[in-house]
Design a protein around this ligand. Structure first.
Ligand SMILES: *Cc1c(COP(=O)(O)O)cnc(C)c1O
Length: 362
């Protein structure tokens, strides 16, 4: 089989490393046999190890589904008497608000423009005004590339006696997380961890899982049920063994490469090469470097260049970039530097831009 090597600059699924691709060919397993239980336990331990979390305090709970499944399972586990303040400054914050609404979870939203900086004093004031038990926030808002100030939000929650719930789907494995007030965070296999799409996870304090509503708000996304089964070496539903093999290999690779901080440094180098190359062509980033994650950056479309044209011209050269969402669709494009990518790939990308731009814009 010959494979076309697309260079994926979309925020997941990412280009796989040879080791992760090879792992997909691992043993066929039954999800109710001890071989699978051992594989799953190893993956969970490796997930905790990424940020050095203690197994007695924290549980890693794998779920079958994309990142949204993990975010939804996390929020559906908010205690019956819980009240959540959801911060929205992009698509994924708004999705958390929708999830709370659908599940009938008592919540309010702090709604901001997409890409707007989170006003910390306003968050703290809202938490003080009303009896919220949880603050829900997206760490890296992939809508715009904005990295929300998790450290400050965590400290603020600790001061306010509020538990923090984080969508860390596009940051887990490549950005610094904070754990003081954290009750749970949601992540996925196929973004910064470089695994295969279809497996996601919630990392939760055992105390948070113990307070989950019973009966649960969802049958399939009942986080506490997964955690209970996991503790017994079992799983409530069929699990994908191949995706576990792949995530196991991906986490081993991450560890061997030096962990999340090494990956952070690597993404930073790749992203800086792209930003510099595009700046030389007059293409500006949407956000300043210190406001943006190292995982993905959004750029303003040059005047006179449509996204469709840019996308198709780059795709003809093997590069898949990513559109802006909603109202940003005609104004920006996004480039993620997750996955098995090299500096040479970035240089070839800039060369492709150089060839495409003069024809398109002038
Ligand atoms: C990718 C992503 C998700 C999950 O999206 P899926 O399409 O379910 O994979 C959730 N939150 C953020 C911040 C993301 O970047």
């Amino acid at each position: 089989m010959t494979r076309r090597r697309w260079i994926l600059l979309n925020p997941g699924p990412v280009n796989l490393s040879p080791a992760v691709r090879e792992a997909l060919l691992g043993d066929d397993l039954c999800h109710r046999e001890p071989e699978f239980a051992r594989l799953q336990a190893r993956v969970c331990q490796r997930l905790l190890d990424v940020y050095g979390l203690t197994a007695g305090v924290w549980s890693a709970v794998p779920l079958c589904g994309s990142g949204t499944a993990a975010v939804e399972a996390m929020l559906a586990a908010v205690p019956t008497e819980g009240r959540v303040l959801v911060v929205e400054n992009g698509v994924y914050g708004e999705r958390m608000g929708r999830i709370c609404a659908v599940h009938g979870i008592a919540h309010e939203t702090l709604h901001l423009e997409w890409g707007e900086e989170i006003p910390l004093e306003a968050v703290e004031r809202r938490l003080a005004e009303s009896a919220f038990t949880h603050l829900a926030v997206v760490h890296h808002e992939t809508t715009t590339g904005r990295l929300n100030p998790l450290d400050a939000l965590d400290a603020l929650c600790a001061r306010s006696g509020v538990a923090l719930l984080v969508d860390a789907v596009s940051s887990f494995g490549a950005e610094a997380l904070s754990f003081d007030a954290l009750a749970a965070c949601a992540g996925t296999a196929n973004k910064c961890l470089h695994g295969v799409a279809g497996l996601s996870f919630v990392l939760a304090r055992r105390g948070f899982l113990a307070q989950a509503p019973r009966p649960p708000r969802s049958v399939y996304l009942d986080l506490a049920a997964y955690a209970r089964a996991l503790a017994a070496g079992d799983t409530p539903f069929t699990m994908p063994p191949q995706l576990h093999h792949a995530l196991d290999a991906a986490l081993e690779e991450l560890e061997r490469e030096g962990g999340w901080s090494a990956r952070h440094a690597r993404y930073r180098t790749l992203a800086a090469r792209v930003a510099q190359g595009l700046a030389e062509l007059g293409i500006e980033p949407l956000l300043a470097e210190n406001e943006s994650s190292v995982v993905l950056r959004a750029y303003r479309l040059p005047r006179g260049l449509s996204y469709a044209h840019l996308h198709d011209a780059l795709k003809a050269e093997g590069f898949v970039i990513y559109a802006g969402q909603g109202g940003l669709a005609q104004r920006i494009f996004r480039i993620s530097t997750m996955g098995e990518l090299t500096l040479e790939d970035m240089d070839r990308l800039i060369d492709a831009f150089r060839r495409i731009l003069p024809r398109a814009v002038r």
